[in-house]
Structures are given as structure tokens and as C-alpha cells.
Ligand binder design. Structure first.
Ligand code: NAG
Ligand code: NAG
Ligand code: NAG
Length: 182
């Protein structure tokens, strides 16, 4: 009995959350900031958003790794806006080279699921040459987490040989479509 109840609860949760995700029609970028702190290793050529419609905003980032990078770590943080951006839920430091071999960071798997078809960075270390994110836009159906409505910033600090080389900070909004929710 308890077991059946639990199954119902799990199915209910799952349905609730699928509907939640599909109803969320606004999931789009609002800002992008990129900055290199070591121009002799990483340079940005492009880092900008382009609005294609009210709900579709694409991100283009074009940069170059000037010498092979074999030891790459990332600090990824999510902030939620509430009179200034406040740390929200995720603050993950991980080895990027190991991740590319093992795909072992669940939250990053979700980010990668959103990003992978728009970039050439889906390979193992080393990294050198052009690093491209082209016409990347956010698809709510691939966001496997129920996010509360709000303004967020996803900040990544990129470390080569354990030293900070550059930042990519992108902001986005996530708004549930209340009108379509009968
Ligand atoms: C990215 O966001 C972090 C966290 O707020 C901040 O410390 C950093 O200065 C930002 N980087 C840039 C280039 O704006
Ligand atoms: C900057 O990049 C060069 C490689 O071009 C590297 O030798 C140097 O250690 C880097 N500096 C820092 C502070 O990471
Ligand atoms: C990215 O890499 C993974 C693992 O190597 C692979 O399964 C996946 O198909 C790749 N995705 C793309 C879009 O290349």
C-alpha cells in the first residue's frame, strides 16, 4: 500500500514536472559577458546575443585557445536575481578534461544537453584553436529540472593549469506560461 502510494507520488511528480517544463514558454538569454584575463592564452573575438523573436535569443561566442590546454577546470555557479544576483543552488568546481571522458557531473550533463548541438567543444582534451558556440538558444524541453520563474545568471570561470584564464557569464530568464495553463 505504502509502496503503491509512493509510485503514484513519483508518477505524479514526474507528470507535474513534465507539464511544468512544457508550459514554460519563455526560456531565453538576456545577457552575455565574456572576458579573458590572459590574452596570450585565450582571446575572444565574439560574445554576443541576437534576438530572433520575442522568445528566441541566440548566443554566439567565438574564441581561440592560442596554445594547447591540457589541464582545464571549471567553476560553474548559478545566481538568481533578487535585488542583485544571489548564489542559487549550484556551485560546482570540476575537472573539465575528466568530465569530457566520463560525463560524470549530472548538472553539467544538463547544460551539455542544451549546448552540444551548437558547439565544437564536445571532445576530449587537449583544446587548441577556435572554440565556437553558434546560434545557441535555450530549449525548455531539454531543461530536465523544474526551475522557479526568475532571472538567472550562469557564471563559468575557466582555469588552465589551475589558473583563471577567462570568464563566460550568461544571464537568462525562465518564465512559466501562466496563460496556457488552463
Ligand atoms: C562573472 O560573474 C561572477 C560572479 O558574479 C563575477 O565575479 C565575475 O566578475 C563576472 N565576470 C565578468 C567578466 O563579468
Ligand atoms: C598566460 O598564458 C601563458 C601561455 O600563453 C602561460 O604561459 C602563462 O602561465 C599564463 N598566465 C597565467 C597567469 O595563467
Ligand atoms: C558529444 O560526445 C558524446 C560522447 O563522446 C557523444 O555521445 C555525443 O554524440 C556527442 N555529441 C555531439 C553533438 O557531437
Amino acid at each position: 500500500m505504502r509502496f503503491q502510494l509512493m509510485i503514484c507520488a513519483v508518477i505524479g511528480l514526474f507528470l507535474g514536472f513534465t507539464i511544468n517544463v512544457q508550459d514554460a514558454v519563455i526560456f531565453k538569454f538576456t545577457n552575455a559577458v565574456c572576458e579573458s584575463y590572459n590574452q596570450s592564452w585565450y582571446v575572444f573575438h565574439t560574445c554576443r546575443l541576437k534576438a530572433l523573436s520575442r522568445s528566441k535569443v541566440v548566443l554566439n561566442i567565438h574564441g581561440t585557445v592560442l596554445h594547447p590546454a591540457k589541464d582545464i577546470s571549471l567553476r560553474t555557479r548559478v545566481f538568481k536575481r533578487a535585488s542583485g544576483y544571489k548564489p542559487w543552488l549550484f556551485n560546482i568546481y570540476f575537472d573539465g578534461c575528466l568530465y569530457m571522458r566520463r560525463r560524470n557531473v549530472p548538472f553539467i550533463n544538463i547544460v551539455n544537453g542544451l549546448l552540444k548541438e551548437f558547439t565544437n567543444i564536445n571532445h576530449t582534451c587537449p583544446y587548441v584553436g577556435p572554440q565556437i558556440v553558434k546560434d545557441f538558444y535555450l530549449k525548455p524541453e531539454l531543461l530536465l529540472l523544474p526551475f522557479p520563474t526568475g532571472d538567472y545568471m550562469f557564471a563559468i570561470q575557466w582555469f588552465f593549469d589551475k589558473r583563471l584564464q577567462f570568464d563566460t557569464n550568461v544571464s537568462f530568464i525562465f518564465v512559466e506560461d501562466l496563460l496556457n495553463k488552463n
